[in-house]
Design a protein around this ligand. Structure first.
Ligand code: MSP
Length: 497
């Protein structure tokens, strides 16, 4: 069986997730569901990144131990992913015993292979990013050095550490990034390649003295240090599929690994992660899918910027997880930042979900019940709806394969719009033979509902149950294949805002 291993970043549980995090997580869930319905053996991993200075400080501020603090946050993440119907297979925490053990073993290997050496480090650190910034990267304002992302003062750090010899990997990794066809869209691959060419791949400080950062995985070869949180975090992708623990599982899933990330963490997931994997002798992931930001008033949505929109706000406003999932995927743009615009979302919701889809389902259902007692048998196929539907089925499969989710959604809505126009033209409410027009409308609804399933699983379930059809693998879909619709109900799917 073909496998599909998909991951989200593991989020920092220093705060509750917002719609920026949901953007990535819903995308991963849509890809997982799409592959599942297409017959793949899917493993979907998400979770939380719980170690490091950022979490240590958040816990201190809250007057708790780090473990108490993260233990309270994790259920909140799980609750939100539940509310958004995220069907993950494992929620990994970096404090899980199998993960902590793996981090230790990996560090030991890297050390044994001579990739880790002791040294001294000094630099400007952003705790929110958990990374050092060099000159030219940070912002200087009123004599202060600020993080370019969080706009907060950087901290000067000077200490002993262990370095990872990334410099030894430079040529191979540059080649892999330029020729490996891993990073999507390609513009991001070029960005990383250019950065490597410009500044080189420098050795990375991968340890923190316990005296400063105690909240982390202890290095097996030096108990005074813990692993740098970013290396700890990246390794979750290996723990999740049983690396060094369950070889057959690892070999089954790893070759199909798809990491979904925001562009803020591209460097870590390419230059650094590919290097670590190469040092371990593990193949790079199959694909790194990078998306741009949701911005609000021009700035990346984030807690520190103070412009976040909460998942609750959207759930409340639009009333269902499917509507929120749809809106996020409708906005999705891998290459360009998208502005969060409530008016735009309202009009997409009202126009597409409530009017085009919801209304059509309601009208078709009511008419089938009233005029045909709910039994609509196969009848003459409308040629233009049929050929549109056939095109939509094949184009959707192609676009989903190219990760063009938003574009693929608009195809299903083209079909629904055509079906609305056809319904208005053929007027089955007054025509002598309502069966043929209703059959064609129901076929169009069935095809669109099938194709929309990965984005709106609950709605698909309601519509298919009410109108009497099944959700089947997209390659098996064909216009006119239904012999009989046994309509049971005419649901109202989306209430206008
Ligand atoms: N813990 C690290 C990731 C480690 S993965 C081995 C981290 N966590 S985070 O909580 O800050 O989450 C960052 C991710 O959240 C981004 O890469 C992106 O997927 C998502 N987003 C957070 N804010 C976002 C927007 N405003 N817009 C789009 N995605 C956003 O970094």
């Amino acid at each position: 069986m073909k496998t599909f291993y998909v991951t989200t970043p593991i989020y920092y549980p220093n705060d509750v997730p917002h719609i920026g995090h949901a953007y990535t997580t819903v995308l991963a869930d849509v890809l997982a569901r799409w592959h599942k319905i297409n017959g793949y053996d899917v493993f979907f991993l998400t979770g939380t990144d719980e170690h490091g200075l950022k979490l240590q400080r958040s816990a201190e501020k809250a007057g708790k131990t780090p473990k108490e603090f993260v233990d309270e946050m994790v259920p909140i993440f799980k609750k939100y992913w539940g509310l958004l119907d995220i069907q993950y297979d494992r929620f990994i925490r970096t404090t899980d015993p199998d993960h902590e053990e793996l981090v230790g073993r990996v560090f030991e290997r890297l050390h044994e292979k001579g990739y880790v050496y002791k040294g001294k480090y000094s630099g400007w650190y952003c705790v929110s990013c958990e990374k050092f910034y060099s000159e030219g990267e940070y912002v200087e304002k009123d004599g202060q050095k600020l993080c370019p992302i969080h706009n907060k003062p950087l901290e000067w750090v000077e200490e002993e550490t262990y370095f990872l010899k990334l410099s030894a990997m430079q040529d191979e990794i540059l080649h892999l990034i330029e020729e490996g066809n891993i990073i999507k869209p390609e513009s991001y691959a070029r960005e990383v390649a250019n950065r490597i060419k410009k500044e080189g791949l420098r050795d990375l400080s991968v340890a923190r003295p316990k005296s400063r950062v105690y909240w982390g995985v202890e290095l097996p070869f030096d108990k005074d240090f813990v692993a740098y949180v970013w290396i700890d975090a990246l390794l979750n992708y290996l723990t999740g599929v049983g690396y060094l623990r369950d070889n057959s599982r690892f070999e089954k899933y790893w070759p199909s690994a798809h990491h979904i990330i925001g562009k803020d963490i591209l460097w870590f997931h390419s230059a650094i992660w590919f290097s670590v994997l190469r040092m371990l002798g593990v193949a790079p992931p199959k694909m790194l899918v990078v998306h741009a930001y949701i911005v609000n008033r021009g700035l990346k949505m984030g807690k520190s910027t103070g412009n976040v929109v909460m998942i609750d706000d959207l759930l409340e406003r639009y009333g269902s997880s499917d509507a929120v999932r749809y809106l996020l995927m409708r906005l999705l743009n891998l290459e360009k930042d998208v502005e969060f615009d409530q008016n735009l979302l309202d009009s997409i919701y009202n126009g597409e979900l409530a009017d085009t889809y919801g209304n059509l389902v309601r009208r078709a259902g009511v008419l089938a019940l009233r005029r045909l007692n709910g039994e609509v048998v196969k009848a003459g196929l409308d040629e233009s709806l049929g050929s549109l539907a056939t095109g939509v089925i094949s184009r959707t499969q192609q676009l989903m394969g190219e990760l063009k989710i938003a574009e693929s959604l608009s195809l299903s809505f083209d079909l629904l719009r055509e079906a609305n126009a056809y319904l208005n033209r053929t007027q089955p409410w007054s025509s002598e033979d309502p069966n043929k027009p209703l059959y064609n409308v129901l076929e169009a609804i069935r095809i669109s509902t099938n194709l929309l399933y990965p984005v709106m699983p609950k709605t698909s379930e309601i519509v298919s149950r009410s109108l009497g059809f099944e959700i089947i693998p997209p390659p098996n879909l064909a216009y006119g294949q239904t012999q009989l619709f046994k309509v049971k109900d005419a649901p109202i799917l989306f209430k206008k805002v």
